[in-house]
Write a protein that binds this ligand. Structure first.
Ligand code: VGL
Ligand code: ZN
Length: 239
């Protein structure tokens, strides 16, 4: 009798795991966030092991696109003198936080991802062949953008949401840089827009400033219903 109850419980657990990973590739998008030179070792805003996201993202986007799904990439794309650069504000240094006319609590950064520079290019090993949409953000001088969906005034759209919805995509698998900034804001906007949102857990790396920002971002994403899966686990679904 008790064995019967126990096996019933196991079945329920198994079913819920299967359902979570039952992804329709045709309704799935891999969204690659800011896999650019300036966020990788040697770059202007280098993130520890930033380049480690490239291989799992290449494998994921290829696997999903081969099964009829989609891949898109964001590109941080600032003009020289951008408002998010500490160098644009006298007496300020990167890591300082200021209020700007459009954004309260804007963090200041070293000059990075300046349009047309090598730092703004995608990492040379990133496979752009499966990528059918590149969305550039943060190109207005007076407005920064962390999220792939809305700029830092939280109301100016990038247009990505409409593109994704027009493709009837339901699930977005996300990875890239930085876990605690552009990935975080993108993933939070993504789930808010109604997409099932999954982070490829081994395909993200974070800035880690201020202290604990990566851990805080991950727990806030989990609280919001965003799932975390290894890229291998995700790729296996599309085999
Ligand atoms: C990013 C800081 C400034 C990011 C972009 O890609 O996470 N972080 N610009
Ligand atoms: Zn930026």
């Amino acid at each position: 009798m008790s064995i019967g109850i126990y096996s019933g419980y196991c079945e329920v657990v198994n079913i819920s795991v299967t359902l979570t990973m039952d992804l329709n590739p045709v309704k799935t998008l891999v969204l690659i966030i800011d896999a650019q030179n300036d966020f990788c070792p040697g770059g202007a805003l280098a993130v520890n092991e930033g380049d480690a996201v490239i291989t799992p993202l290449n494998l994921l986007s290829r696997a999903v696109v081969n099964k009829g799904g989609f891949a898109a990439a964001t590109q941080d794309w600032h003009c020289a003198g951008h408002i998010s650069f500490a160098s644009s504000h006298s007496g300020k240094t990167s890591g300082d936080v200021i209020d700007t006319p459009l954004v309260k609590d804007q963090m200041l950064w070293p000059d990075h991802c300046v349009q047309g520079t090598k730092g703004a290019d995608f990492h040379p090993d990133l496979d752009l062949n499966p990528v059918s949409m590149i969305i550039r953000k943060g190109f207005r001088r007076d407005l920064d953008s962390y999220s792939a969906f809305f700029e830092n005034d939280r109301q100016t759209p990038t247009g990505l949401e409409g593109w994704i919805k027009s493709l009837k995509v339901e699930t977005v698998i996300m990875g890239g840089i930085a876990t605690d900034y552009c990935v975080f804001f993108s993933a939070m906007d993504c789930i808010k827009a109604g997409f099932k949102t999954i982070i490829a857990s081994d395909a993200v790396r974070g800035v880690g400033y201020p202290e604990s920002s990566i851990e805080i971002a991950i727990s806030a994403m989990k609280d919001a219903g965003i799932e975390f899966r290894s890229s291998k686990e995700l790729i296996d679904v599309f085999k």
